[in-house]
Design a protein around this ligand. Structure first.
Ligand code: DGY
Length: 332
């Protein structure tokens, strides 16, 4: 029997590649930098399955031009880089990596909460630049995190994990979500609010919703204007949820105190982006899930779902289960 042909769009953990090699032939973009779009498109034309990362824009034309494609396995919890409706229309399974990166990403969100509120990066630069002359009563003073009100936008797995950490800091937790979550409220002691209330009441606002048509530009000029002048905005979800131009204005004019960003609407963040000029924003290069253990588990999870989908089994993390609803399929 012919072995399925897989394209792997990035150099990933060796364990994940061995898993694929057991039952598939594969070609790989063996590089730490993203594969050029044209090469990805050409490779997809020949492939039965593709393992992608969040930097690969898998648009409708790539999917439509890949006649043998059965599965796209995306090494990320988010899948806004893939045209899901086209994949579903063509019967192509799409998988992601939920759950395993929850705590690693929540750790980083909390690190950003502390860094931005307490001006850690600015303080470190100040010291390294030889600017530290003496202890001063108001030198590099920031905002308290302990006991502050934390507003979580999107109380899913990562938002809830951030809330659990916030409980240890005696924070007052409010959240907004598409649906009110009574179970999470009971477990986390979180209070439901609408977006307006959340923005005006929170000392720290942390974004954990996916990027969708509804959430694109969710935090723009008016939303930032509702925040307290002492408030801190954290985004570890997707850059597109925040209007970066409006955020730049709010930070530059000190209409909010600070921001901590791990994600951007264009990644890598172009070096001429004005955010680089501001001292009150902490910028990270999308490292939310970047622990060695978690990135290895993500690669293995992506590979095993890819193999499942190509060997007649049900991938565990299917984001468009409607494509297999009429197919008798074994659980993986
Ligand atoms: C995800 O998985 O969506 C994260 O952003 C990757 O770090």
């Amino acid at each position: 029997m012919m072995r399925p042909l897989v394209y792997i769009s990035r150099s990933i953990a060796a364990e994940a590649i061995s898993l694929i090699a057991q039952c598939c032939d594969y070609r790989i973009w063996n590089n730490d930098q993203p594969v050029p779009a044209k090469i990805l498109e050409e490779e997809m034309k020949k492939s039965d399955g593709v393992l992608t990362t969040l930097s690969d824009q898998v648009n409708a034309a790539f999917i439509a031009g890949a006649p043998n494609l059965k599965i796209i396995s995306n090494m990320a919890a988010g899948f806004d880089n893939i045209d899901i409706s086209e994949a579903t229309a063509k019967g192509v399974m799409v998988t992601n990596t939920p759950g395993i990166l929850t705590n690693t990403t929540a750790d980083l969100a909390f690190a950003l909460i502390l860094a931005a509120s307490r001006r850690l990066i600015e303080a470190e630069k100040f010291l390294r630049n030889g600017q530290w002359q003496a202890w001063e009563p108001m030198l590099l003073t920031g905002q308290d995190v302990y006991g502050a009100t934390l507003g979580i936008i999107g109380l899913g797995q990562i938002g809830s994990a951030v809330a659990r950490r916030a409980k240890g800091f005696n924070m007052n937790i409010i959240y907004c979500n598409r649906k009110r979550d009574y179970r999470a409220e009971a477990e986390l002691g979180a209070t439901y609010a609408n977006l307006k209330e959340l923005l005006s009441l929170s000392d720290i606002v942390s974004i954990h919703c996916p990027l969708t048509r509804e959430t694109k530009g969710l935090i723009s000029y008016w939303e930032l204007a509702m925040m307290k002048p002492t408030a801190v905005l954290i985004n570890t979800a997707r850059g597109g949820v925040v209007d970066e131009g409006a955020l730049y204005e709010a930070l530059a004019n000190r209409r909010i105190f600070a921001a901590g960003l791990d994600v951007f609407s264009e990644e890598p963040l172009p070096l001429d982006n004005p955010l680089f000029k501001l001292p009150n924003v902490t910028l990270l290069p999308h490292i939310g899930s970047a622990s060695i253990a978690t990135r290895t588990k993500m690669a293995i999870m992506t590979a095993s779902d890819l193999v499942a989908g190509l060997t007649g089994k049900l991938p565990r993390n299917l984001v468009n289960p409607e494509v297999v609803k009429d197919t008798p399929i074994e659980k993986s």
